[in-house]
Design a binder for this molecule. Structure first.
Ligand code: CP
Ligand code: NVA
Length: 322
């Protein structure tokens, strides 16, 4: 890989400073590569990086409207390891829950803290929060996107398979937030992304459209299919996520009937992929629904390294954006 001169990196870092991270669609290939390279450096030098004081004297608010294990803990640890302070702000305890407008909350928080990490039930609300914030807003999952997950996924693929460009990634399951971020990130970084869903559970058309535009700019490909076996044939990466996302519990029965048994990532499906293929899942997983116990615990699975990479990519995002 070509080593970029320091001056180039400094200029690129400046371009990310102060930006919001709402969706990977807002970032170029160079910008995503810079985040991934910074993540790798921070991982290699976990307690020794010169970026370890990046957040000294800065406070980051963490607003969570939904449960979280990985995102909450990895962000809190990331902020600590960069010498900053995190404030956990449960949405129930903010005046937002009593009707204070999002715009007012954004303007007030911008006077106290230096960045907002938010997991929200509405993507539009996060966009509105960002529009009125003078500090970076980082999307920690909405029903539409999960960009922090997408970055950790790309880092994991790059580490395991030593490149991104030209790899075949098969996403099998629900065309949801995780799928959307993977499509956008994958297309921007030159992957061939095939998404296999049951009819009616495809990714949102606007995400498919933007992903295909990115793919065209980056010699990548984005295909949709209803055939999981065709999608995984010779794939380098198989990815799945839950069939019932947070907030969809009322649809559980209908969803499981649509996805099972054909869209389960099981041993027979993995057998169709390339012999060196890796199996990914953003977690939490529902064993024997979207993925079998044998596959998640098996030799192709990289899910624990993938979960660890949330920490390193979030440290990079905080160091570069705040
Ligand atoms: N993958 C992920 O975002 O996990 P959490 O819901 O535990 O944060
Ligand atoms: N699609 C899942 C991802 C969880 C990290 C959800 O939104 O619940």
């Amino acid at each position: 890989m070509q080593v970029q001169p320091i001056s180039f990196l400094c200029v690129k870092k400046m371009e990310l400073k102060g930006r919001h991270l709402l969706s990977l669609k807002d970032f170029t290939r160079e910008e995503i590569q810079l985040i991934l390279d910074t993540s790798s450096d921070l991982k290699r030098l976990r307690y020794r990086s010169e970026l370890g004081t990046s957040l000294l004297g800065q406070s980051v608010g963490m607003v969570f409207e939904r449960p979280s294990t990985r995102t909450r803990v990895s962000f809190e640890v990331a902020i600590n390891e960069l010498s900053g302070d995190s404030l956990f702000l449960s949405s129930q305890e903010l005046q937002l829950s009593r009707g204070e407008p999002i715009a007012d909350t954004a303007r007030v928080l911008s006077r106290y803290i230096h960045g907002i990490v938010i997991r929200a039930t509405s993507h539009e609300n996060v966009v509105e929060l960002a529009a009125h914030s003078t500090i970076p807003v980082i999307n920690a999952l909405t029903p539409m996107y999960h960009p922090c997950q997408g970055l950790a996924d790309l880092l994991t693929i790059q580490e395991k398979l030593h490149e991104l460009e030209g790899l075949k990634l098969a996403y099998v399951g629900d065309g949801n937030n995780v799928c959307h971020s993977l499509m956008l990130g994958g297309a921007t970084m030159g992957l061939e992304v095939t998404v296999a869903t049951p009819p009616g559970f495809e990714p949102k058309p606007e995400v498919t459209k933007i992903s295909r535009e990115r793919a065209e700019e980056n010699m990548a490909q984005v295909e949709l299919t209803n055939d999981p076996k065709a999608a995984v044939e010779d794939a380098d990466v198989i990815y799945t996520d839950v069939f019932v996302s947070m907030g969809q519990d009322a649809e559980r029965k209908k969803r499981l009937a649509a996805f099972l048994p054909d869209f389960q990532v099981n041993e027979a499906l993995v057998e169709l992929a390339a012999p060196h293929s890796i199996v990914m899942h953003c977690l939490p997983a529902h064993r024997d629904e979207e993925i079998t116990d044998g596959v998640i615990e098996g030799p192709h699975s990289v899910v624990w390294d993938q979960a660890e990479n949330r920490l390193h990519t979030e440290k990079a995002v905080l160091a570069l954006f705040l």
